[in-house]
Design a binder for this molecule. Structure first.
Ligand code: GLC
Length: 372
């Protein structure tokens, strides 16, 4: 979330905690975060334009309207689906009645990330998030967008590629572990590609594999501990630590012990292998998706060669020791006609939303009507 003065506020919402809760609570919490931020910056009295980074699938037919299609990444707040989340935020601001904010734009995090980089680099036409969730946006030719009138120019498409495979087209690649993780999630059957490629789920896939290997007597002396049965113990940061090349096996064992898993030296070798296989598959799948996107852009433009930049954000890309390299290598292998540069964007989603808000605000104040 950001105001057009380029201030980025990250409001941490904890997934699953909102389950069954009233939707007002969620938006009141966001407004509480805004209030604290405005207090901290000493600008509570000033009327300010606000850009809302909302990292969930929305239908958008205006820049300041976003109808939530459905929650992803383990979120659930009843009665929000099908509603305009900008309206919900406006109502919560009104309820609080403490400050004057004009919500000018709602922006998906991929779009914000792309915009931050595109501000300085015109080659940047793709935004990628590889973190808790996985998603991509890119610039598509208007003539290829059937649901919008007009053939001139380009428009940014939020692909919501996390939902790829929900029609069964990934079934040949899904393992019983993927099916288990999906079945036990809050949105079974949905976001199947995301569940194979993003930080929120990789640890759970690892846990399912470890349980299976333990059942078969190949790990932890065949004993499935309560800890191993606990959902969510393998956060992405542990996978990153376990897979770090600098870490000796003894340290891997220590991490497993910290997680409450009593392991032998052989166990730690196996766990490291499992983590490596799961994250490597994720990076390759993500790379395959990216290769398809860059090749589509190249074909759109009838080019033999395309030079393009991808702006990336997300903990998996930033913190995992191998994910970013494998992703890049996969894109190079699968789309050799494209020269793809990946640029890291620190809190790009917030800054990009601020940029979009600043531009939309300026267009409004110059009396231009067609900013939507
Ligand atoms: C999920 C959301 C998507 C978001 C992505 C990364 O896939 O549906 O909107 O861009 O996570 O945060």
């Amino acid at each position: 979330m950001a105001t057009s003065r380029h201030m980025a506020l990250r409001c941490h919402l904890t997934s699953q905690k909102e389950e069954g809760g009233v939707k007002e609570k969620l938006f009141d919490h966001i407004v509480q975060c805004i209030a604290e931020f405005l207090d901290y910056m000493g600008i509570k009295g000033a009327p300010l334009p606000l850009g809302f980074t909302f990292s969930f699938p929305c239908k958008q037919d205006r820049i300041d309207k976003g109808t939530l299609v459905g929650w992803t990444k383990g979120f659930k707040a009843t009665d929000c689906e099908g509603e305009d989340v900008v309206d919900k935020l406006r109502e919560a601001i009104k309820r609080r009645n403490e400050f004057d904010l004009d919500i000018v734009a709602i922006v998906n995090d991929t779009v914000g990330t792309m915009m931050t980089c595109a501000y300085e680099n015109p080659d940047c036409e793709i935004g990628l998030i590889a973190g808790t969730g996985s998603n991509v946006c890119y610039m598509e030719e208007m003539k290829n967008i059937e649901i919008v009138d007009g053939n001139e120019g380009q428009m940014c498409i939020n692909t919501e590629w996390g939902g790829f495979g929900d029609n069964g087209c990934l079934d040949d690649f899904r393992t019983k572990y993927d099916i288990d993780v999906d079945g036990k999630s809050l949105n079974p059957g949905k976001q199947r590609y995301e569940k194979m490629t993003s930080g929120m789920y990789l640890g759970e896939i690892v846990r399912q594999i470890l349980i299976d290997l333990t059942k078969r007597g190949l790990l932890f002396r065949g004993h499935i501990s309560e800890r191993l049965r606990t959902k969510g113990i393998f956060e992405t940061k542990f996978l990153s630590q376990i897979e770090s090349d600098r870490l000796a096996l003894l340290q891997v064992r220590k991490i497993l012990q910290q997680l409450g898993l009593d392991s032998t030296c052989d166990d730690s070798i196996i766990v490291k292998e499992v983590c490596g296989a799961v994250s490597q598959r994720a990076a390759k799948l993500c790379g395959a998706g990216m290769a398809a996107v860059v090749d589509k852009i190249r074909e759109n433009r009838g080019l033999d060669q395309l030079k393009i930049t991808v702006s990336v954000d997300g903990t998996l890309y930033k913190l995992h020791p191998h994910f970013s390299r494998i992703l890049r290598e996969t894109v190079n292998t699968l789309s050799p006609e494209c020269d793809v540069t990946f640029m890291l964007s620190e809190d790009g989603s917030g800054k990009g939303a601020a940029l979009i808000t600043a531009v939309a605000k300026r267009l409004h104040s110059h009396g231009e009507e067609d900013v939507n």
